[in-house]
Design a protein around this ligand. Structure first.
Ligand code: COA
Length: 324
């Protein structure tokens, strides 16, 4: 039997309508556009409207991707959705989206790997396709992270935004995805987490304590170091070198972290997709949003090699090296 590969046949994305600029944030916390932009690269973020959910954004991104792929929802045999801000505790957001798409019957589940959620979901979908279990798979990364931002804490509230991205994968006899690398280290939990879950800290009080806790400077240091070894590992696993990569499509948390990874890969910044200025950190939404922007703007072309990477709470970190 010849090997089976998973190939991205189309991408899609969705952003809430409301844009909040750094100047808007200057009115609610003690900050400046200059501080935010020079430390993070962020100029603005999109924020979900009241009542607009992760599932709504995921659905819109999924419809965009399916339309671009020319694939009907009924043809899907798997939906994997990366999120850390699901609509409900259960059913999963993947199930809610599946029903709204009319893809009933196929397997559907969420993956919570914080900001690495989409790349984890892509890695899992790749294994389903390679094993012959699935032929057409929808992979989504979607978040409404601003729902758990503390708008009085200037260290973190300036960093996040809402959004979703999606890809349709198809089984193919040529790559496709060459390799994915998924990792986690729960030992760093206290550097980036939300203290409320179902069996810890749960109360009937609306939004009680549901707030991101982050030690920004420490997260920054670990992220740079970890992504450095991740790209090394990924190149080795695919049997490639830096010069084989056409585009780096990184998690969009901080421009300085992105620049450090590009430097490690000896890539000039004009081969790096940057959307952090417009979207801020949309967690699981960030990599597929950047990918969809890269495809639709005509930057990324068929046949090019893309390196996707992400880092997030857990800590989790993950990469995918693929031919688009
Ligand atoms: N506006 C103005 N000043 C701010 C501020 C804000 N929004 N947030 C913090 N400051 C102040 C601090 O209070 C501190 O003041 P001090 O020197 O008087 O104590 C000063 O700016 C420097 O703070 P520091 O935390 O050292 O800044 P930094 O250069 O490390 O940048 C982050 C802070 C959060 C931007 C940076 O650490 C970062 O991006 N970390 C990674 C976060 C991340 O990506 N998380 C998600 C991972 S998926």
């Amino acid at each position: 039997m010849p090997p089976i590969y998973a190939r991205i046949i189309a991408t899609g994305s969705a952003l809430p309508e409301r844009v909040v600029t750094n100047a808007d944030l200057e009115k609610i916390v003690d900050t400046t556009d200059e501080w935010i932009h020079s430390r993070t690269g962020i100029r603005q973020r999109h924020i979900a409207a009241d009542g607009e959910t992760t599932g709504d954004l995921a659905l819109q991104a999924a419809k965009n991707a399916l339309e671009a792929a020319g694939v009907k929802a009924s043809e899907l045999d798997l939906i994997v959705l990366g999120t850390t801000t699901p609509d409900l505790i259960f059913p999963s957001t993947a199930c809610l989206v599946q029903h709204r798409l009319g893809a009933n019957g196929c397997a559907a589940f969420d993956v919570n790997a914080a900001c690495s959620g989409f790349v984890y979901a892509l890695g899992i979908a790749d294994k389903f396709i390679r094993s012959g279990q699935s032929k057409k798979v929808l992979v989504i990364g979607a978040e409404t992270l601003t729902r758990m931002v503390d708008w009085t804490e200037r260290e973190s509230c300036v960093l996040f935004g809402d959004g979703a991205g999606a890809v349709v994968l198809e089984a193919c006899d040529e790559p496709g995805i060459y390799t994915t690398c998924l990792h986690a280290d729960g030992g760093h939990k206290d550097l980036l987490y939300n203290p409320v879950g179902v069996s810890v800290g749960f109360t009937d009080e609306p939004n009680h304590g549901v707030r991101i806790r982050m030690s920004g400077r420490e997260v920054f240091k670990v992220a740079v170091k970890t992504l450095d070894s991740l790209v090394e590992e990924t190149l080795q696993a695919a049997g490639m070198q830096e010069s084989d990569i056409d585009w780096l499509i990184p998690h969009q948390a901080n421009l300085r972290i992105i620049e450090a990874t590009a430097k490690r890969l000896k890539m000039s910044m004009d081969r790096v997709i940057v959307t952090v200025d417009k979207h801020a950190n949309t967690s699981s939404g960030s990599v597929p949003l950047a990918l969809d922007y890269a495809v639709r703007s005509g930057k990324v072309q068929r046949g090019q090699n893309l390196l996707l990477e992400a880092f997030g709470g857990g800590f989790t970190w993950a990469s995918a090296l693929l031919r688009y």
